[in-house]
Design a protein around this ligand. Structure first.
Ligand SMILES: NC(=O)C1=CN([C@@H]2O[C@H](COP(=O)(O)OP(=O)(O)OC[C@H]3O[C@@H](n4cnc5c(N)ncnc54)[C@H](OP(=O)(O)O)[C@@H]3O)[C@@H](O)[C@H]2O)[C@H](O)CC1
Ligand SMILES: [K+]
Length: 212
Protein backbone atom coordinates (compact mmCIF):
# COMPACT_ATOMS: atom_id res chain seq x y z
CA UNK A 1 0.00 0.00 0.00
CA UNK A 2 1.46 3.37 -0.98
CA UNK A 3 0.71 6.48 1.07
CA UNK A 4 1.78 9.72 -0.57
CA UNK A 5 2.29 13.35 0.34
CA UNK A 6 0.72 15.99 -1.88
CA UNK A 7 4.09 16.61 -3.55
CA UNK A 8 4.57 12.91 -4.31
CA UNK A 9 1.06 12.75 -5.82
CA UNK A 10 1.80 15.81 -7.99
CA UNK A 11 5.12 14.25 -9.08
CA UNK A 12 3.33 11.03 -10.09
CA UNK A 13 0.63 12.98 -11.97
CA UNK A 14 3.34 15.03 -13.69
CA UNK A 15 5.18 11.87 -14.74
CA UNK A 16 1.93 10.30 -15.98
CA UNK A 17 1.13 13.35 -18.09
CA UNK A 18 4.59 14.44 -19.30
CA UNK A 19 6.47 11.14 -19.63
CA UNK A 20 3.70 8.62 -20.32
CA UNK A 21 1.63 11.16 -22.24
CA UNK A 22 -1.81 10.71 -20.71
CA UNK A 23 -3.68 13.99 -21.02
CA UNK A 24 -4.83 15.68 -17.78
CA UNK A 25 -8.42 15.80 -19.09
CA UNK A 26 -8.34 12.02 -19.45
CA UNK A 27 -6.90 11.54 -15.95
CA UNK A 28 -9.76 13.66 -14.63
CA UNK A 29 -12.33 11.72 -16.66
CA UNK A 30 -10.95 8.41 -15.39
CA UNK A 31 -10.92 9.60 -11.78
CA UNK A 32 -14.49 10.94 -11.93
CA UNK A 33 -15.88 7.88 -13.69
CA UNK A 34 -14.14 5.43 -11.37
CA UNK A 35 -15.55 7.26 -8.36
CA UNK A 36 -19.05 7.25 -9.89
CA UNK A 37 -18.82 3.51 -10.40
CA UNK A 38 -18.16 3.00 -6.68
CA UNK A 39 -20.55 5.74 -5.59
CA UNK A 40 -23.55 3.94 -7.06
CA UNK A 41 -23.40 1.54 -4.11
CA UNK A 42 -24.13 4.51 -1.82
CA UNK A 43 -26.52 6.80 -3.74
CA UNK A 44 -29.98 6.18 -5.22
CA UNK A 45 -31.79 7.51 -8.29
CA UNK A 46 -34.41 9.26 -6.14
CA UNK A 47 -31.75 11.20 -4.18
CA UNK A 48 -31.36 14.94 -4.75
CA UNK A 49 -27.63 15.34 -5.26
CA UNK A 50 -25.55 18.54 -5.17
CA UNK A 51 -21.91 18.63 -6.25
CA UNK A 52 -20.01 21.52 -4.63
CA UNK A 53 -17.21 22.32 -7.11
CA UNK A 54 -14.14 24.47 -6.45
CA UNK A 55 -11.64 26.20 -8.70
CA UNK A 56 -8.97 23.55 -9.16
CA UNK A 57 -8.75 20.01 -10.50
CA UNK A 58 -10.69 18.72 -7.48
CA UNK A 59 -13.58 20.82 -8.80
CA UNK A 60 -12.86 19.34 -12.25
CA UNK A 61 -13.34 15.86 -10.79
CA UNK A 62 -16.66 17.18 -9.47
CA UNK A 63 -17.80 18.28 -12.95
CA UNK A 64 -16.95 14.82 -14.38
CA UNK A 65 -18.92 13.16 -11.57
CA UNK A 66 -21.88 15.52 -12.11
CA UNK A 67 -21.94 14.83 -15.88
CA UNK A 68 -21.63 11.07 -15.42
CA UNK A 69 -24.50 11.03 -12.91
CA UNK A 70 -26.63 13.37 -15.05
CA UNK A 71 -26.16 11.15 -18.10
CA UNK A 72 -27.33 8.21 -16.01
CA UNK A 73 -30.52 10.11 -15.06
CA UNK A 74 -29.60 11.00 -11.48
CA UNK A 75 -31.06 14.24 -10.06
CA UNK A 76 -27.85 16.25 -9.82
CA UNK A 77 -26.80 19.89 -10.01
CA UNK A 78 -23.55 21.73 -9.37
CA UNK A 79 -22.97 24.58 -6.95
CA UNK A 80 -19.79 26.36 -8.02
CA UNK A 81 -18.16 27.95 -4.97
CA UNK A 82 -15.91 30.33 -6.93
CA UNK A 83 -16.63 32.91 -9.67
CA UNK A 84 -16.60 31.78 -13.32
CA UNK A 85 -13.21 33.37 -14.01
CA UNK A 86 -11.52 31.01 -11.53
CA UNK A 87 -12.48 27.85 -13.45
CA UNK A 88 -9.70 27.13 -15.94
CA UNK A 89 -7.91 24.43 -17.91
CA UNK A 90 -9.07 20.83 -17.56
CA UNK A 91 -11.72 21.79 -15.01
CA UNK A 92 -13.21 24.36 -17.42
CA UNK A 93 -13.24 21.76 -20.19
CA UNK A 94 -15.24 19.37 -17.99
CA UNK A 95 -17.52 22.16 -16.75
CA UNK A 96 -18.38 22.95 -20.37
CA UNK A 97 -19.10 19.29 -21.13
CA UNK A 98 -21.45 19.19 -18.13
CA UNK A 99 -23.27 22.34 -19.33
CA UNK A 100 -23.52 21.03 -22.90
CA UNK A 101 -25.09 17.83 -21.57
CA UNK A 102 -27.83 19.99 -20.05
CA UNK A 103 -26.36 20.34 -16.56
CA UNK A 104 -27.17 23.20 -14.17
CA UNK A 105 -24.41 25.19 -12.48
CA UNK A 106 -25.41 27.55 -9.66
CA UNK A 107 -22.73 30.09 -8.77
CA UNK A 108 -22.50 30.81 -5.05
CA UNK A 109 -21.84 34.55 -5.39
CA UNK A 110 -25.06 34.91 -7.45
CA UNK A 111 -27.19 32.67 -5.23
CA UNK A 112 -28.13 33.97 -1.78
CA UNK A 113 -30.05 30.82 -0.82
CA UNK A 114 -27.38 28.11 -0.83
CA UNK A 115 -28.70 27.13 2.58
CA UNK A 116 -32.11 26.29 1.11
CA UNK A 117 -30.46 24.16 -1.58
CA UNK A 118 -28.45 22.24 1.00
CA UNK A 119 -31.45 21.66 3.25
CA UNK A 120 -33.40 20.22 0.31
CA UNK A 121 -30.68 17.78 -0.74
CA UNK A 122 -30.03 14.15 0.21
CA UNK A 123 -26.43 13.78 -0.94
CA UNK A 124 -23.64 16.38 -1.01
CA UNK A 125 -20.57 15.67 -3.11
CA UNK A 126 -17.65 17.75 -1.85
CA UNK A 127 -15.29 18.59 -4.73
CA UNK A 128 -14.25 22.02 -3.45
CA UNK A 129 -10.55 21.50 -2.68
CA UNK A 130 -8.26 18.48 -2.68
CA UNK A 131 -4.52 18.27 -2.17
CA UNK A 132 -4.01 21.79 -3.56
CA UNK A 133 -5.13 23.41 -0.31
CA UNK A 134 -2.83 26.07 1.13
CA UNK A 135 -3.37 27.18 4.72
CA UNK A 136 -6.77 27.66 6.27
CA UNK A 137 -9.90 27.81 4.15
CA UNK A 138 -10.79 31.27 2.85
CA UNK A 139 -14.31 32.64 2.47
CA UNK A 140 -16.77 31.74 1.11
CA UNK A 141 -15.52 28.15 1.47
CA UNK A 142 -15.23 28.38 5.23
CA UNK A 143 -18.88 29.44 5.53
CA UNK A 144 -19.97 26.72 3.12
CA UNK A 145 -18.06 24.03 5.01
CA UNK A 146 -19.74 25.15 8.26
CA UNK A 147 -23.09 24.93 6.48
CA UNK A 148 -22.39 21.45 5.06
CA UNK A 149 -21.27 20.19 8.46
CA UNK A 150 -24.69 21.06 9.88
CA UNK A 151 -26.68 19.31 7.17
CA UNK A 152 -28.28 15.91 7.53
CA UNK A 153 -27.45 15.11 3.89
CA UNK A 154 -24.99 12.27 3.29
CA UNK A 155 -21.65 13.90 2.49
CA UNK A 156 -19.14 12.35 0.11
CA UNK A 157 -15.73 13.99 -0.25
CA UNK A 158 -13.60 13.66 -3.35
CA UNK A 159 -9.90 12.87 -2.72
CA UNK A 160 -9.78 14.50 0.74
CA UNK A 161 -12.43 16.31 2.78
CA UNK A 162 -12.16 19.96 1.69
CA UNK A 163 -10.13 21.92 4.22
CA UNK A 164 -8.19 18.94 5.58
CA UNK A 165 -4.47 19.70 5.21
CA UNK A 166 -2.86 17.47 2.60
CA UNK A 167 0.30 16.89 4.66
CA UNK A 168 1.73 17.30 8.16
CA UNK A 169 2.31 20.58 9.95
CA UNK A 170 -1.10 22.19 10.40
CA UNK A 171 -3.41 21.63 13.34
CA UNK A 172 -5.92 24.50 13.39
CA UNK A 173 -8.33 24.15 10.49
CA UNK A 174 -11.94 23.71 9.43
CA UNK A 175 -12.84 20.89 7.08
CA UNK A 176 -15.79 18.96 5.73
CA UNK A 177 -16.86 16.14 8.02
CA UNK A 178 -17.36 13.54 5.35
CA UNK A 179 -19.46 10.42 5.69
CA UNK A 180 -17.40 8.84 2.93
CA UNK A 181 -14.20 9.82 1.12
CA UNK A 182 -13.13 8.55 -2.27
CA UNK A 183 -9.40 9.03 -2.76
CA UNK A 184 -8.06 9.56 -6.26
CA UNK A 185 -5.05 7.56 -7.41
CA UNK A 186 -3.22 6.79 -4.17
CA UNK A 187 -3.90 7.07 -0.45
CA UNK A 188 -3.11 10.55 0.86
CA UNK A 189 -1.04 11.04 4.01
CA UNK A 190 -3.63 13.38 5.54
CA UNK A 191 -5.91 10.40 6.12
CA UNK A 192 -3.35 8.80 8.43
CA UNK A 193 -2.35 11.74 10.62
CA UNK A 194 -3.72 12.57 14.06
CA UNK A 195 -5.31 15.69 12.58
CA UNK A 196 -8.13 13.62 11.15
CA UNK A 197 -9.21 12.26 14.56
CA UNK A 198 -11.62 15.10 15.44
CA UNK A 199 -13.51 14.21 12.28
CA UNK A 200 -13.95 10.66 13.43
CA UNK A 201 -14.78 11.70 17.01
CA UNK A 202 -17.61 13.83 15.70
CA UNK A 203 -19.31 10.58 14.84
CA UNK A 204 -18.88 10.60 11.10
CA UNK A 205 -16.96 7.90 9.31
CA UNK A 206 -13.95 8.51 7.14
CA UNK A 207 -13.45 5.29 5.25
CA UNK A 208 -11.02 5.08 2.42
CA UNK A 209 -11.35 3.72 -1.03
CA UNK A 210 -8.26 3.24 -3.10
CA UNK A 211 -8.89 3.75 -6.78
CA UNK A 212 -6.22 2.91 -9.29
N1 LIG B 1 -4.16 12.09 -8.60
C1 LIG B 1 -4.86 12.02 -9.72
O1 LIG B 1 -4.81 11.02 -10.37
C2 LIG B 1 -5.69 13.15 -10.12
C3 LIG B 1 -6.11 14.12 -9.22
N2 LIG B 1 -6.88 15.15 -9.56
C4 LIG B 1 -7.57 15.95 -8.60
O2 LIG B 1 -6.89 17.16 -8.53
C5 LIG B 1 -6.77 17.59 -7.18
C6 LIG B 1 -5.63 18.56 -7.06
O3 LIG B 1 -5.91 19.62 -7.98
P1 LIG B 1 -5.27 21.06 -7.86
O4 LIG B 1 -5.85 21.88 -8.95
O5 LIG B 1 -3.80 20.96 -7.82
O6 LIG B 1 -5.72 21.56 -6.43
P2 LIG B 1 -7.16 21.63 -5.75
O7 LIG B 1 -8.26 21.45 -6.71
O8 LIG B 1 -7.11 20.72 -4.58
O9 LIG B 1 -7.20 23.11 -5.15
C7 LIG B 1 -6.63 24.21 -5.87
C8 LIG B 1 -7.53 25.40 -5.76
O10 LIG B 1 -7.86 25.63 -4.40
C9 LIG B 1 -7.73 27.01 -4.12
N3 LIG B 1 -7.26 27.12 -2.74
C10 LIG B 1 -6.07 26.70 -2.24
N4 LIG B 1 -6.02 26.92 -0.92
C11 LIG B 1 -7.18 27.51 -0.57
C12 LIG B 1 -7.73 27.98 0.66
N5 LIG B 1 -7.02 27.90 1.80
N6 LIG B 1 -8.97 28.52 0.68
C13 LIG B 1 -9.69 28.62 -0.47
N7 LIG B 1 -9.23 28.20 -1.70
C14 LIG B 1 -7.99 27.65 -1.73
C15 LIG B 1 -6.74 27.56 -5.09
O11 LIG B 1 -7.13 28.87 -5.38
P3 LIG B 1 -6.02 30.05 -5.46
O12 LIG B 1 -6.83 31.29 -5.70
O13 LIG B 1 -5.31 30.06 -4.13
O14 LIG B 1 -5.11 29.67 -6.57
C16 LIG B 1 -6.86 26.63 -6.30
O15 LIG B 1 -7.68 27.18 -7.29
C17 LIG B 1 -6.64 16.31 -6.44
O16 LIG B 1 -6.97 16.47 -5.06
C18 LIG B 1 -7.62 15.40 -7.18
O17 LIG B 1 -8.94 15.57 -6.68
C19 LIG B 1 -7.06 15.45 -10.99
O18 LIG B 1 -8.36 15.18 -11.39
C20 LIG B 1 -6.10 14.66 -11.89
C21 LIG B 1 -6.07 13.22 -11.54
K1 LIG C 1 -12.60 17.60 -1.64
Amino acid sequence: MYIVTAKEMYDIDHYTMQEIGIDGKLLMENAGRAICGKMKAIIRKENRIIVFAGSGNNGGDGFVIARTLLNEMYDVQVVQVVPNAKIKGDALYHKQLFLKCGGTVIIVEQEPDVNDLVVGSDVIIDAMIGIGIKGQLREPLRRIVDLLNKTAAYTISIDIPSGLPADEGMHDFTAVQADYTFMVGLLKMSAFLNIRHPFMENGRRFPLVFLK
